[in-house]
Design a protein around this ligand. Structure first.
Ligand SMILES: NC(=O)c1ccc[n+]([C@@H]2O[C@H](COP(=O)([O-])OP(=O)(O)OC[C@H]3O[C@@H](n4cnc5c(N)ncnc54)[C@H](OP(=O)(O)O)[C@@H]3O)[C@@H](O)[C@H]2O)c1
Length: 256
């Protein structure tokens, strides 16, 4: 299975949000492939993350660990400059950046729990960071096949919202989807071989979902490795013709 449609060479890949959860599982699965020659693993403390250190021991120079706070534009520019110093094209970038109840974000149940600070914190990581990451990495995505995929969430779908709640998180992912769709239109002009995807990974057993796992029906809480494999399959299956679309882990489209 090719990493992304149309790719005939080995690939350079960047995972933003690589220190744990689905991002770490993506790093593990992608480094196990022969066609990934270089993998950039990005998190705020990637250089001191034990799990990434173990991968570095196993895979040596194929893994580059970069400390970057993706909410900070200077930090993102430093990341882009580091990557440009070593490679002139990224074939695949996956943003797993996201928070639900960390770094000042709140999973609100009612309007009375909303406040500006938690709305801003949620949007900073879930919405602004992934699109600013794309902005900074754009020079590295302009030739050859290139895919930018961001982990969104089904709860960001307005058409699918029957339960309410989680105001900040839902809205931040809906706004992320709009930004990704808009970017897909611009990227198509810059590089007809580009693909931008929004992906719902399914409910996955990670730090992010941990406080909310009690009500997940049996068999519907995935291991990070399972979600990572489904995401890699999805990315391999959807090329430029599908750019700007929103998919679930089971390869079914999600209504905006
Ligand atoms: N888990 C689920 O059930 C589920 C369901 C639907 C959608 N999603 C989405 O899938 C994505 C991954 O979720 P997950 O469950 O794997 O979350 P997670 O375990 O909490 O991992 C989040 C990753 O993002 C990184 N990160 C957060 N803020 C960052 C920042 N400012 N700069 C750089 N890196 C940052 C974290 O690294 P550091 O904190 O070490 O910097 C960590 O590596 C999220 O976008 C989430 O919304 C998850």
């Amino acid at each position: 299975m090719r990493l992304i449609p149309g790719l005939t060479t080995d690939a350079c890949v960047l995972i933003a949000g690589a220190s744990r959860g689905i991002g770490l599982a993506l790093c593990t699965a992608l480094l196990a492939r022969d066609d990934v020659t270089q993998l950039w693993a990005v998190a705020r403390q990637a250089s001191t993350c034990e799990e990434l250190a173990e991968l570095a021991e196993r895979y040596g120079q194929r893994l580059k660990r970069v400390d970057c706070d993706a909410r900070d534009e200077q930090s993102l520019e430093a990341l882009a400059s580091d990557v440009r110093g070593e490679c002139d094209h990224l074939h695949l970038v996956i943003s797993t950046l996201g928070i639900l109840q960390h770094d000042g974000a709140k999973a609100e149940k009612a309007l009375s729990q909303l406040n500006l600070a938690s709305l801003q914190a949620t949007f900073a990581t879930n919405t602004f960071a992934p699109i600013l990451l794309l902005k900074r990495l754009l020079p590295l995505l302009r030739k050859q096949p290139a895919t930018f995929a961001a982990l969104s969430a089904r709860v960001g779908s307005i058409g699918d919202n029957r339960l309410g709640g989680w105001y900040s998180y839902r809205a931040s992912k809906a706004a992320l989807n709009q930004l990704l769709h808009t970017a897909s239109i611009e990227l198509k002009r810059l590089n007809p071989a580009s693909t931008v995807l929004a992906i719902h990974p399914g409910t996955t057993d990670t730090q992010l979902s941990q406080p909310f796992q009690a009500n997940v029906p049996e068999g519907q809480l995935f291991e990070p490795a399972f979600s990572a494999d489904r995401i890699i399959e999805l990315i391999a299956a959807h090329g430029p013709d599908d750019s700007g679309s929103f998919w679930a882990w089971d390869n079914k489209p999600i209504v905006w």
